[in-house]
Design a protein around this ligand. Structure first.
Ligand code: PLP
Length: 462
């Protein structure tokens, strides 16, 4: 597109630096790339450089940039009724709630719409507390649940630290992580069993009768694409039932096709009491999130008012794009292609990288949601860069990211991991090209490792 100039890009960058305050950043240490436009799995800067988007922005852009049907659904809705406040009934809002509850497991019957993922978790927790009359919430270390007050308290990663003191009635526990088992397990079955034993001990010691809910990402996202071992989530469900605790599944990142099913819990055949979602529900074209609620929790609020709401709850522009998302999923067989590309293209290619590269310790994932875990030494599994690395420690990952960008790929990296999470509409050709770029960039990282690559078997998640 020739109407974007490099001079425009410089002007936008300067105005950004002068006036835009960015998330999670020391403002002087960042140089946000001005983006001119995007299409499908690719976006472009003002110098005309293309970037294959292997992080789907923030793992929300499941249907890619500028999907014509999503764009049109928003345009049509804007022409018809651009906004209507939540206390009215609205066609696209009702229809999206119907589609979501139809797709959800168990007796999840209603949807409370929010503006995004953090507020969905805020409301899920609020519902759980009011429904059970208990206060405490248990959540896992190595998790992210959002940046608002309760959601950041639930979060089990360093983003919480600077926000403390946080909600004192949140208790963190260790979830399963087969590659770095906190329970000295040697098999996924052992990991599931021991992680459940740990969780039950903690429930008992915290006082089961004080715990309203356990919240977990079904597949842990930013903190490592941790696919739960077989039986773990079913075990969590059983513990919740045993102690009268609600089970909240955070599917903000893992939901809406990312793992090859609408809800990731489908892989594990469990029905939570509450599911939170956002991101992929409409690929983030208009902010939207929500809580899918079981009928027994809805019953709590049949004659007693629910004390919460948002001006933009169920915004028609966002819901119209959500309804269209379901139709596109169906018409373009998005779930089927996600499962197919994940198994047939990504899994074998990452396994081959693990064989080839001395710096690759583990690869794991589901659908188009994968992690490559980088190590200094395959035997000791010492991470290539430490947990929560300082800028100096992070140099190898900075180098890796720069090499990818130079080759036309926008990667997702976090600590010592590279995640592979492209839009679900990516062509097979682009997917392979992106994996080629990662493979080549890993060559450079191999020089950070202590030993040459061996042909030892890598451990691969479920
Ligand atoms: N939960 C999970 C698992 C997430 O990955 C995120 C965001 O990345 C959130 C919650 C928060 O969502 P939002 O940024 O829309 O508030």
């Amino acid at each position: 597109m020739s109407n974007f100039t490099a001079a425009d890009g410089r002007h936008i960058a300067a105005a950004d630096r002068a006036h835009v305050f960015h998330s999670w950043s020391a403002q002087d240490n960042i140089a946000p790339l001005p983006v001119s436009h995007g299409e499908g799995a690719t976006f472009y800067d003002y110098d005309g450089n293309p970037y294959l988007d292997f992080s789907s922005q923030l793992v929300n852009l499941n249907l890619g940039h500028q999907h014509p049907r999503l764009v049109k659904s928003i345009q049509d809705q804007a022409a018809k009724l651009a906004t209507i406040q939540p206390s009215f009934a609205n066609d696209v809002r009702s229809e999206l709630a119907r589609l979501i509850t139809d797709a959800a497991p168990g007796d999840l019957s209603h949807v409370f719409f929010t503006n995004g993922g953090a507020d969905a978790n805020e409301h899920a927790v609020r519902m759980a507390r009011l429904h059970t009359g208990r206060r405490k919430i248990m959540s896992a270390y190595r998790s992210y649940h959002g940046a608002t007050a309760t959601a950041i308290s639930l979060t089990g990663d360093p983003r919480r630290w600077q926000n403390e003191p946080s909600d004192s009635s949140v208790v963190h526990f260790l979830g399963p992580y087969a590659y770095r088992s906190p329970f000295w397990s040697e098999t996924p079955e052992q990991e599931a069993e021991r992680a459940l034993e740990h969780l039950e001990n903690q429930i008992v010691l915290e006082g089961a009768g004080t715990i309203a809910a356990i919240i977990m990402e079904t597949v842990v996202g930013t903190n490592g694409i941790l696919v739960p071992p077989p039986g773990y989530l079913a075990g969590v469900r059983e513990l919740c039932d045993k102690y009268g605790i609600l089970y909240i599944a955070d599917e903000v990142m893992a939901g809406f096709g990312r793992t090859g099913t609408i809800f990731a819990v489908e892989h594990f055949e469990v029905a939570p009491d509450l599911i939170t979602f956002a991101k992929g529900v409409n690929s983030g074209y208009v902010p939207l999130g929500g809580v899918v609620i079981s009928s027994s929790i809805v019953d709590t609020f049949r004659t007693r008012p629910y004390p919460g709401g948002l001006t933009y709850s169920g915004h028609p522009l966002a819901c119209a794009a959500g309804v269209e998302t379901f139709k596109v999923f169906e018409d373009e067989q998005i779930l089927e292609r996600t499962r197919d590309l994940g198994q047939r293209v990504v899994r074998p290619r990452l396994e081959a990288m693990a064989q080839k590269h001395a710096c690759v310790g583990d690869v794991r994932g589901l659908g188009l949601f994968w992690a490559i875990e980088l190590v200094k030494d395959k035997t000791t599994r010492e991470p290539l860069v430490p947990f929560n690395p300082s800028p100096e420690d992070n140099q190898p990952m900075v180098g890796f990211t720069a090499a990818c960008k130079k080759a036309g790929l926008w990667p997702f990296t976090h600590f010592n991991r590279v995640h592979v999470a492209p839009p679900l509409v990516i062509s097979e050709e682009d997917l392979i090209r992106g994996l080629d770029i990662i493979d080549a960039a890993l060559d450079d990282l191999d020089r950070y490792v202590a030993q040459p690559a061996t042909l030892e078997t890598v451990s691969v998640g479920a």
